[in-house]
Design a protein around this ligand. Structure first.
Ligand SMILES: Cc1ncc(COP(=O)(O)O)c(C=O)c1O
Length: 441
């Protein structure tokens, strides 16, 4: 059944983000509604959401509690100034976040996106050292293949080449750890791979090269998502934690996609048993419904700023929409939904079924690796010689035609379904993907 809101007749004005605009506008793919695990397309088809939108709708779509909270808040207090004024609901959400965060996280700084959370965390790290009289610590260490959003700090510490190479020199004083992808040893690992903890030792080389006294922070995704799901080898994150601690370097976990249950715990920090000094979040914080991000940090980081005359602003940083009332209401209703439905635990319970279903694709045409953790999975395809990304993009288009939404990055298919997924949805997702791969050139 066709819906009222059809494809608009002029698609020209909207320059779409991270999209092949010319291809899309010749052959648009439009969603006009969503409910729970499914999108409805403009031509009335149901598409199973294998990606939780963009790794963000962890509780599924159009969840009543979240919708109602937004409607109510919009009618009651739509906006309040974020600077020098407060409103109760932003404080309530901060407390609720601290309740579920890894132990030691005690403060929350609001942003509006993952990219802004990253910029905030990087700035906090540099300013923290300066506040402690250690102002030479300004270097930031990221990792090859890392994704930390699209702003200048984020692309500087990030390591996805296409996101960096056309944007000039970026931040000075940045270095990168090697990525953790070792297909020769780890291909088709189920969960965390065995090999590669030693890659964290490269931080000692970077410290020796630059001097620990010049390094402010190391930022990594505990599990790298956007680059195509690269898991931390066993022991790797623990080593990073040890080395950063030893040298007085802050450790930032970018939990923008791993946060809010994706790996079966509230955050990856708890899942892997490693607590950073700062964590960046967004996406699942409001179930993707209203833009919002949050940086969480330890008491030590926060308290370093809390000095000087009391009438003085301690940190000259913030956003007009930091802790926006409607976003805060969405955040609280989202956390309620996660808790009432036990969705983080549910992700952990479904993970073994998800893992076996995914790995059943081993041996399917073009598949050269499969990786998984929690409710995340990646299927890496052999690229077409001389035409990188084309095979996976064809898979994405065919999958959409066949009623499943997957995501591709390079020649990797990444999936991260809502945590409400049922076994029959997993069967449909993986079964359809197999059909797609079987018919691909
Ligand atoms: C780890 C990580 N950091 C930052 C971001 C950027 O978030 P946003 O698109 O909300 O700016 C993303 C988005 O996918 C991400 O995966």
């Amino acid at each position: 059944m066709a819906l009222d809101r059809k494809t608009p007749n002029d698609l020209n004005a909207f320059w779409m983000p991270f999209t092949a605009n010319r291809q899309f506008k010749k052959s648009p793919r439009m969603f006009v509604a969503a409910k729970d695990m499914h999108y409805t397309t403009s031509d009335g088809r149901q598409v199973l959401d294998g990606t939780a939108g963009l790794w963000c709708c962890n509780a599924g779509h159009c969840r009543p509690k979240i919708t109602e909270a937004i409607q109510k808040q919009a009618a009651e207090l739509d906006y309040a100034p974020a600077f020098q004024m407060g409103h109760p609901i932003a404080f309530e959400l901060a407390n609720r976040l601290i309740d579920i965060a890894p132990e030691g996280m005690e403060h929350v700084f609001y942003t509006n996106s993952g990219s802004e959370s990253v910029e905030t965390a990087l700035k906090l790290a540099i300013a923290y050292h300066r506040a402690r009289g250690d102002g030479a610590r300004t270097r930031l260490i990221g990792r090859e293949r890392g994704y930390h959003g699209v702003n200048f700090g984020g692309i500087s510490v990030g390591g996805i080449v296409t996101n960096r190479k056309v944007f000039g020199p970026m931040l000075a004083g940045v270095d990168h750890l090697p990525h953790t992808h070792l297909p020769a040893q780890n291909a088709f690992s189920k969960g965390q791979p065995e090999h590669g903890a030693h890659l964290a030792d490269d931080l000692e080389r970077i410290v020796a090269l630059h001097g620990a006294e010049t390094i402010a922070a190391v930022i990594v995704e505990p599990m790298a998502g956007s680059t195509g799901v690269l898991l931390p080898p066993k022991g790797y994150l623990q080593k990073l934690r040890e080395i950063t601690k030893k040298h007085g370097i802050l450790l930032i976990f970018d939990e923008v996609i791993t946060g809010f249950g994706r790996l079966g715990s509230a955050f990856a920090g708890q899942h892997y048993g490693v607590t950073p000094d700062l964590m960046t979040t967004a996406k699942g914080l409001t179930n993707g419904v209203i833009p919002m991000g949050a940086v969480m940090c330890t008491k030590d980081v926060h308290d370093a700023f809390m000095n000087g005359p009391e009438h003085m602003i301690e940190l000259f940083h913030g956003y007009t929409y930091s802790g926006n009332p409607i976003a805060s209401a969405a955040g609280i209703a989202t956390l309620d939904t996660y808790r009432e439905e036990g969705l983080f635990e549910r992700a952990a319970e479904m993970a073994p079924y998800w893992q076996e279903a995914l790995h059943s694709l081993k041996g399917t045409r073009h598949v050269i690796d499969i990786r998984n953790e929690g409710l995340i999975g990646a299927v890496e395809l052999e690229p077409i010689a001389g035409e990188p990304t084309k095979r996976a993009f064809s898979a994405f288009l065919k999958a959409y035609e066949k009623g499943i939404l997957i995501r591709t990055t390079g020649d990797i298919i990444a999936m991260s379904p809502p945590l409400i997924i049922e076994k029959e949805h997993i069967d449909q997702l993986i079964g359809t993907l197999k059909e797609v791969l079987d018919t691909l050139d």
